[in-house]
Design a protein around this ligand. Structure first.
Ligand SMILES: *Cc1c(COP(=O)(O)O)cnc(C)c1O
Length: 457
């Protein structure tokens, strides 16, 4: 098979600012060993997130110029609405400034003390918005999803048997919604099968529980379905997406992911009454119903991006580039989540740094080492992000200690990725010299964004 090439030419470039290892050691120390606190210009390859970091197409930039900034009834809104209706089949589309704004609105209405939201795995902002409302989030990933080194085609699936049991235990009245995250971000960027979505949908229907999709990476998930699930090989991605959305009652989406936009998000749904409640909150917190928290130009960029992302030449390159990095690391003996996910490579920090105990945050220590060694910025998805304290103030660790290298869409080329593989391999060879970290300052919610740490002596 020939090399799968980047399906684009580059019209506009941005510089990478180079620095030395010594400079990076100082920068990291000044940033309290938290990559979120490093200035972007001090990073060589920024794999912190694939969110809002996509390169927009020339068509999207043209859309930016055509954006209509009317306060109410902008034609840009109607183009945005039309595309979302076409892709999802849902009659209502509500723009928000990003995904978490859609979540805040939804969970302010449906959440509250004593309520439980069930998911394959809730993303961190989704969980935070649920908990902020007073409700609780329950993750029910399938068994395969809990084992980073064992490959399986659909490790993002929800455990349907446990879902049924959980509904029986908690009671339908206390479960306002079941949410399927596609692809399963925190669980490894792993896809969810159509079969699993269908089964979860059926359980929700039986129990009269609304079922929503967290659709941030719907196109990547649909391409995995095409590649891996029987019966979908010859079905175009838009048709797979239509089927996927048809099993749910609505979705939340961050347009900063599979819409190639730098900002934006939306809520889409079937239920008119719920939509009216959402719009009431939207006007208080985001803006009028035809722009949400966005400019007309953003609505255009999102509408165009949502169509571009379903191009199968793009999706083939996208999925292949993640797999390419994963395979290089596997060949070098580096412990990575298998198989490759849709948007990121996940290093298994517990296996990478077995000498660092979980309360010394091996994932964070590894993310820091990648920065010092090669200027690569990644993010810990482990006990710094998801850890809790019990009543004795002891850390209740996360199930997995991962480091995520999220690949921005259309932004880096194969040689950037080769460089990343080289740096990770070098860090792996020196792994015994990496030490743990301790927290010196933190906030009660989403602490990983701002926490300050220092090396354990
Ligand atoms: C990014 C993301 C969100 C939140 O979207 P923002 O635009 O960052 O607010 C929610 N769910 C998933 C799965 C995400 O990846």
């Amino acid at each position: 098979m020939r090399t799968i090439i980047e399906p684009f030419k580059i019209k506009s470039v941005e510089p990478i600012y180079f620095n030395t290892r010594e400079e990076r050691e100082t920068i990291l120390s000044n940033a309290f060993y938290n990559p979120f606190l490093i200035k972007a210009n001090d990073v060589l390859i920024d794999l912190l997130t694939d969110s809002g970091t996509s390169a927009m197409s020339s068509n999207q930039w043209a859309g930016i110029m055509k954006g209509d900034e009317s306060y109410a009834g902008s034609p840009s809104f109607f183009r945005f609405e039309k595309v979302i209706k076409e892709i999802t089949g849902y009659p209502i589309a509500i723009p928000t400034h990003q995904g978490r704004a859609a979540e805040k609105i939804l969970f302010s209405i449906l959440g509250g003390a004593g309520k439980y939201f069930i998911s394959n795995t809730l993303f961190d902002t989704t969980r935070a918005n649920i908990e902020f409302s007073g409700a609780a989030g329950i993750d029910l990933p399938c068994e395969e999803g809990k084992h980073p080194s064992i490959p399986a085609p659909f490790k993002g699936n929800m455990d349907v048997a446990t879902l049924k049991r959980t509904i029986a235990e908690i009671g339908v009245a206390n479960i306002p919604m079941v949410i399927m995250t596609v692809t399963n971000n925190s669980g490894g960027g792993q896809p969810v099968s159509m079969q699993n979505i269908k089964e979860v949908s059926a359980v929700c229907k039986e129990n009269n529980i609304p079922f929503f999709i967290d659709a941030c990476r719907f196109a990547e998930n649909c391409y995995f379905i095409k590649l891996r699930e029987a019966g979908y090989a010859n079905i175009p991605v838009p048709q797979i997406a239509a089927e996927l959305f048809s099993y749910a009652d609505g979705c939340t989406m961050s347009a900063k992911k599979d819409a190639f936009a730098n900002i934006g998000g939306f809520l889409a749904m079937k239920d008119l009454e719920l939509a009216n409640s959402c719009r009431n909150l939207l006007i208080i917190t985001e803006g009028f119903t035809t722009y949400g928290g966005l400019a007309g130009r953003d609505l255009e960029a999102i509408a165009i991006g949502l169509q571009e992302v379903m191009d199968e030449n793009y999706l083939q390159y996208r999925i292949r580039s993640i797999e390419y990095l994963t395979h290089k690391l596997i060949a070098a003996g580096v412990p990575v989540m298998q198989p490759a996910g849709g948007h990121a490579v996940y290093l298994d920090a517990k296996a990478f740094l077995p000498h660092i105990p979980v309360h010394q945050y091996p994932g964070q220590a590894l993310a820091c080492a990648l920065y010092t060694e090669g200027g690569i910025r990644s993010v810990e998805i482990g006990s710094l992000m998801f850890g809790k304290y019990d009543n004795n103030n002891q850390l209740v660790p996360a199930a997995l200690e991962l480091v995520r290298l999220a690949i921005p869409r259309r932004a880096y080329t194969q040689s950037h990725i080769d460089y990343v593989a080289e740096v990770i391999t070098e860090v792996f060879e020196k792994r015994n010299h990496i030490g743990g970290l301790e927290i010196i300052e933190e906030t009660p919610l989403l602490r990983h964004f701002t926490a300050k740490l220092k090396p354990v002596k």
